[in-house]
Each structure stands twice: as C-alpha cells, then as structure tokens.
Design a protein around this ligand. Structure first.
Ligand SMILES: *[C@@H]1O[C@H](CO)[C@@H](O)[C@H](O)[C@H]1NC(C)=O
Ligand SMILES: *[C@@H]1O[C@H](CO)[C@@H](O)[C@H](O)[C@H]1NC(C)=O
Ligand SMILES: [Zn+2]
Length: 510
C-alpha cells in the first residue's frame, strides 16, 4: 500500500476545519463550477505536485516532481533541482511508485448506445480509470446504430456526455454506404470523429458491412485533406479446407484448433497485400499524401509483418498495433470450450507469439491497444463452449497495463517502452497533441502504479466492466497494481476508489 503524504507541517499548524474552509473559499473564487464538476476529483485542490523516484518522461525516467496546475503539467523538476522550486504545500509523494503518462487505448468497443447491456460508457470508463487508461477511442461498431454519419455520432456523444470517467474520442465507420459519397464522409469528419475504421471481412454486425479496396481508396482520399487516419481490420476471406465446420473427431467445435483453422494467417496476409497497393498513395508527393493507414490488432507475425515492414521502409504512411492477448496467450494453451479466448484474428501458436514480441521490441509493431470487445455472457456460450458459434471478442480493458508488464518481464520490457506503446504513439495516431507524454503544457493525464505489487485476478478482485466473468485474464496472477489515475489533473481513481462524479469529456477533432 502506498500512502499519500501531505505536507505534515501545515496539517500540524492549522486546525483542520480552517484548512477545509480556506480550500472551499479558494475553490469558490478560483474556479467556476462548470469547469471542474463538483466531486470529480478525489483531491480538494487544482494546484499540486506529484513526487516520485520514477517519473517516466520522454527524456528518460527521473526522480523528482511534476507540477500540476488547472489540469495541465506546469513544470517538471528533477530531484536535485527541487530545492526551493516547490512552492505549493500540496505535495503527493508516491515514493518508489511509477508515475507514467496515462494509457491511451485507441481500440475499445463500449457498445453504447444500443448495446449497453454488453458494456456501456459508465462501466467501461470506470474500468479504464481503474486500469490507468486516461483516454480511450471508441470503435464505431457494436453499438446500435453504428457510428457512420453525423447523426449517429451525435447519438454517441449524447450517450457519453456526463457519463464517462476518462476522456473518450470516437472513430467513425467507413462502410459501402458512405465510401463513395465524399460529402457524407466530410460531414462525419466535420462532426468530430478522429478518423475512420473499416473491415475487409464481415464484421459480425449487420449495420457495419465490409469494404473492399475501392471503398478504402475513396476513404483515404477524403482523409488526406483532414490528415486523419483510416484504421482497418485486415482479414480477407480465402477459401478454406473443404471439411471445416463438419463435426468429426478432428473438427470438434469445442476445440480451439478447429476455430484457428477457420481464420488462417493467409487471411491477414491477403488483406494486407490489398491494402499495400493503396498505401503507396500516402507517400510524400502521392495522391493521398496526408492520409495514414493503421492496421488494427495484427496477429500474424510472419508473412503479414514482412509485408508491413517493406511498405514502411518504402515510405508508406502506415502503422500497426497488436493487443495484449496476442502477446500473453498462445493457441496451444487454450482449453477446450473456453470461448473467453475467442477473438478475430485468432490467437495463434507460441512461435508466432515470440515473433510478435520481437517485432514489438524492434519497433516494427508500433503500439498496443486493448480491442476490449465484451458481450453478454450468454453470447460467449461458456456452457456449450462452441468456438465456431460463440461471440468473438476479448474483455480486458482494466488489465492491459499489468498484463503488458507481467508478460513482458521475460523480454525485458522497460517503463519507457510501455509509455511509447501505450501513450506516446497512440496519442499521435489519435491526433492528440496535448496527451501521451509527461511534458510541460500537456494535459495532466497520469497513472501511478506499483510494478512490483502482485495480485491474483480472481472472483474477489474488484472489476468494473459489466461482465467480469468473461475476461480471458480471470485466473491469472499479474504484477503491476494501479494506485492512482489522474485525468486532466483530476484524481479520478485512487486505492480502489473512484471519484463520486465523472470528469471525462468527449474528444472531438476540429
Ligand atoms: C451523400 O451524402 C449526403 C449527406 O449525408 C446525402 O445528403 C446525399 O443524399 C448522399 N448522396 C448519395 C448519392 O447517396
Ligand atoms: C467494391 O464494391 C463496389 C460496390 O459497392 C464495386 O462497385 C467495386 O467495383 C468493388 N471494388 C472492388 C475492387 O472489388
Ligand atoms: Zn475491435
């Protein structure tokens, strides 16, 4: 347990009541209530210092303190320069705990509005805050309706407003219905989506049909003007072995290997080959210069990754993410009938996982995202365990930080790599110039965590997602416990407790 140490001196000298009264007065005159919702921070002040021996900055890990004023980072002072520079009495000393930029999850499905029984903005962002995620970008599908127009984005914003514990941005959908209509896409982008997302295979959601290369080309040409990215689910259906899906001894639907055979790496490879004929246009001087293509949740670390490396070295504006579940689990370990592990593209073999880590460490995979995609437990078919019929999607939002850290120990993952994969590069993808790093002038979006504290992720652990029982990480032991989360300077979560009111705001591109 880490204790927050206020400056002891002032507490001793002044009677507590006077102090509280002066805070209230200060607060009353200093800040209009609109700007800082009542009770949305567990701290009674807006100007304070966070001190620690391990503060992760873009320049390195330092011992010192971060000054926070009115939601922004006002200064950063190293230990040796601290003397005389800290004028505020409000110092929160976290000792050895790590102070890092809050995580930015660019891929989460919160299913709100329309399927809030699957997750919803309140529970999803509560879990995010408890997991050190200070910003997330919501996917345009799994809610009902999908976010494919100005009107449907407005429904999203309405569903999120005053109900989110962290900041939330939105991707819009690129679908056949709007892809050839530039004014429809411009309308959606003008309304504030941070970029677009499309599928190259059926999405599993009826009002979110797949796109082909022509749709994607059109989308990129519109996005170029806005300098916002297109995110693509890169799997393209290819012919399978003819007896798949037939239930005989070798094709038991309760066996994970049966499911794995239905979505081979060749699907990812085929989609990426198609995409790379288009990303050439994003090169400097190309017809879609200014556009950027981002491949979501890469699973295949072999041929698909080789293609991506080649395109990047040719100058294509291209990035790729993978998810903790592809780095933590391998196909061989997934028990029969345990559909908590079903997602697409699928979790592949152990050797694939090793190569994925290697690619991440070498910088060929740019960033991480949760792809948190929960549903109702009934749709996971946990009782029958049919991998072919169960809903595909992994529930993970609250645990991506300890998971990346715990499974990354073996590979020598550093704190700075975590900040790069989870904050700095995701901020750039989402166009958030004031987020993603502990730097002067940035939003004070910060996670404080204890890398060495271990915990069992069992039924007793306080999970904030709507359906804790479907999490693939249930039953694991993790290290890295989140102690506190700050969103724009507001302490929204500390020691298992959330602020009584919400502070998150919808993030709209302008
Ligand atoms: C294109 O989109 C605009 C705006 O949503 C709509 O008014 C118009 O009817 C669409 N055009 C076509 C040809 O579908
Ligand atoms: C993509 O689908 C559209 C119809 O929505 C069609 O006109 C176009 O030819 C298709 N492009 C490719 C490359 O298949
Ligand atoms: Zn997804």
């Amino acid at each position: 347990m880490r204790e927050r140490k206020m400056d002891a001196l002032q507490w001793r000298i002044l009677p507590v009541l006077t102090l509280i009264a002066s805070f209230l007065l200060f607060f009353y005159f200093q800040y209009p209530s609109q700007q800082y919702p009542k009770n949305c921070s567990l701290l009674p002040f807006q100007h304070y210092w966070i001190a620690s021996k391990r503060i992760v900055t873009p320049q390195g890990v330092i011992s010192g303190a971060v000054e926070i004023k009115d939601g922004k980072i006002a200064s950063i002072v190293k230990e040796e320069e601290k003397h005389g520079k800290i004028k505020s009495e409000n110092v929160i000393d976290y000792g050895e705990a790590v102070v890092m930029p809050g995580l930015i999850d660019v891929h989460a499905h919160l299913d709100d509005p329309g399927r809030a029984e699957w997750e919803g903005f309140p529970s999803g962002t509560k879990a995010a805050a408890a997991g050190g995620i200070t910003t997330l970008v919501d996917m345009p599908l799994n809610s009902d309706p999908s976010t494919v127009s100005r009107e449907t984005l407005e429904l999203k914003i309405k569903a999120a407003e005053s109900r989110i514990y962290v900041d939330v941005g939105f991707w819009g959908g690129l679908v056949p219905e709007n892809a050839f209509n530039a004014s429809a896409l411009e309308d959606l982008l003008d309304a504030g989506v941070l970029g677009l997302k499309s599928f190259m295979c059926p999405s599993g959601i009826n009002d979110f049909p797949m796109t082909n290369a022509s749709h994607i080309k059109e989308g990129l040409s519109v996005l170029a003007k806005y300098r916002r990215p297109l995110l693509v689910h890169a799997e393209k259906e290819q012919e399978l072995e003819s007896n798949l899906g037939v239930e005989d001894g070798s094709n038991n639907p309760r066996s994970y290997s049966t499911y794995l055979k239905t979505r081979p790496p060749s699907w990812e490879e085929a989609a990426i080959k198609d995409l790379l004929t288009l990303t050439k246009d994003t090169r400097i001087g190309g017809p879609a210069e200014g556009a950027h293509l981002h491949i979501v949740h890469l699973s295949d670390s072999r041929s698909s990754l080789d293609l991506i490396k080649e395109a990047k070295s040719g100058g294509d504006s291209l990035t790729v993410e993978t998810c903790p579940h592809y780095l933590a689990f391998s196909a061989e370990e997934i028990p029969d009938g345990d559909t908590r592990f079903k997602c697409s593209p699928p979790i592949r073999d152990a050797a694939n996982k090793e190569k994925l880590w290697e690619a991440l460490l070498e910088g060929h995979v740019d960033m991480l995202s949760s792809d948190h995609s929960p549903t109702m437990p009934e749709l996971k078919l946990l009782d029958g365990g049919d991998f072919l019929k169960a809903w595909g999607g992994i529930s993970s939002l609250q645990f991506v930080l300890p998971v990346t850290w715990s499974y990354g120990q073996k590979y020598g993952v550093t704190l700075q790599q975590l900040a790069l994969w989870w904050s700095e590069r995701p901020a750039r993808l989402a166009g958030q110039k004031l987020k993603g790093a502990i730097a002067v002038g940035n939003h004070a979006d910060i996670v404080v965590w204890d890398p060495d504290v271990e915990f069992d992720l069992d039924d007793e652990f306080p999970m904030h997602v709507k359906h804790p029982g479907i999490s693939a990480y249930l039953g694991t032991k993790l290290s890295g416990r989140v102690a506190a989360t700050f969103v724009r300077g507001n302490l929204v979560f500390e020691e298992g407790k959330h602020a009584p009111a919400v502070c998150g705001v919808p993030i709209l591109a302008s």
